[in-house]
Design a binder for this molecule. Structure first.
Ligand code: P6P
Length: 335
């Protein structure tokens, strides 16, 4: 249930009953991500002032170490989740291993684990191009009150209870799902409040935008090469438009609104592609499917892939259902 100008806080409360697991804990978890997103947004939006506020490694006027923004974002999200005592474990793109929260406290009844890419596309910051945060939430599978294990994190994406992203663009937006559709909230920085601006977001069934780093074209599998040439042919509603920002969250967000496909294929240079299954592909795939889109590795549904390692990579194709189906046909023929 949604209504115009609803705040994120109001939305969470009014829709709590629709959560797959009716638990105030999940609401508090989404609220803590909301807080961290506001803090990171404030810092990202002044990145251009590095020469004034100091670059990473410098010591700022307050005598604090100036952090690289992806380290800063990582620290803020982890700190916020820890301080609110909501989760029992966290895995991050910035951390080699997962982090156990309050493991010494056998009364720790927290049942959720969070996997996060705190600042995806961070290489774009220096050129003032939008970046994003991606998060994925599961219920733990090991007994409550015990320290989490790797099994709590290596769950198939179809077990996610919530997933979302923050896009730090011309405005800061928080887009997420708890399995009952996808809703987008825009931050009013003047008052620090997220407002429901994009209710019930959905991918158009088809689209005419393709997003891929064509600089790697000669290294792609034949089927992907054939699909890219198909996108460029003067036929039907083609050629499509090529749009590639180099920031997954931004390319995904635009394609969800306008219709399109994002591709990060495997190649002779990256045998499993570049994107990480657990904290990039799975959350974006959950959002895509909840928004009437599709996400696969070219053959298998992303959400059905059984993870084996925390930072494993998979080829990633995601977007309008018809476009992903056509891509998969080209991969099948190109074998
Ligand atoms: P390339 C950013 O590093 C990222 O993980 C995604 O956000 C983005 O789509 C992709 O990698 C860009 O990678 O190899 O095209 O520069």
């Amino acid at each position: 249930m949604s209504r115009k100008n609803q705040t994120l806080g109001e939305f969470i409360i009014e829709n709590q009953s629709s959560f797959k697991y009716t638990s105030g804990e999940l609401s508090r978890l989404i609220n803590s991500i909301r807080l961290a997103a506001k803090v990171v947004s404030h810092e990202v939006n002044k990145a251009g002032l590095v020469d004034i506020i100091g670059a990473a490694g410098d010591v700022n006027i307050q005598g604090e170490d100036q952090q690289k923004l992806d380290v800063y974002a990582n620290d803020k999200f982890i700190q916020t989740l820890k301080n609110r005592n909501i989760v029992c474990g966290i895995a991050s793109e910035e951390e080699d291993d997962f982090i156990t929260i309050n493991s010494q406290d056998e009364n720790n009844q927290n049942k959720y684990v969070v996997l996060i890419d705190p600042l995806d596309g961070s290489s774009n910051i220096d050129v003032n191009v939008s970046v994003g945060t991606i998060f994925s939430i599961y219920r733990r599978v090991t007994p409550i009150g015990t320290p989490v294990t790797i099994d709590d994190f290596l769950q198939e994406g179809n077990q996610q209870v919530a997933a979302g992203y923050v896009v730090y663009g011309t405005s800061t937006m928080l887009v997420y799902t708890t399995g009952a559709g996808v809703n987008g909230f825009t931050l009013n920085p003047a008052i620090g409040t997220f407002y429901l601006s994009h209710p019930t977001m959905e991918f158009p069934e088809n689209g005419n935008i393709y997003s891929v780093n064509e600089g790697n074209y000669i290294h792609f599998p034949q089927g992907v090469k054939d699909y890219i040439k198909y996108c460029q042919m003067e036929e039907d509603n083609r050629p499509y438009t090529a749009r590639y920002i180099g920031s997954l969250v931004s390319d995904f967000h635009r394609n969800m609104i306008k219709g399109g496909i994002y591709m990060y294929p495997k190649s002779s240079k990256a045998t499993n592609g570049k994107l990480r299954l657990l904290y990039e592909c799975n959350p974006m795939a959950f959002i895509a499917e909840q928004a009437n889109g599709k996400a696969s590795d070219g053959v298998t549904r992303i959400l059905d892939i059984k993870p084996t390692e925390l930072h494993e990579r998979v080829p990633f194709f995601c977007g309008s259902k018809t476009m992903v189906n056509t891509l998969e046909d080209f991969i099948q023929k190109g074998k």
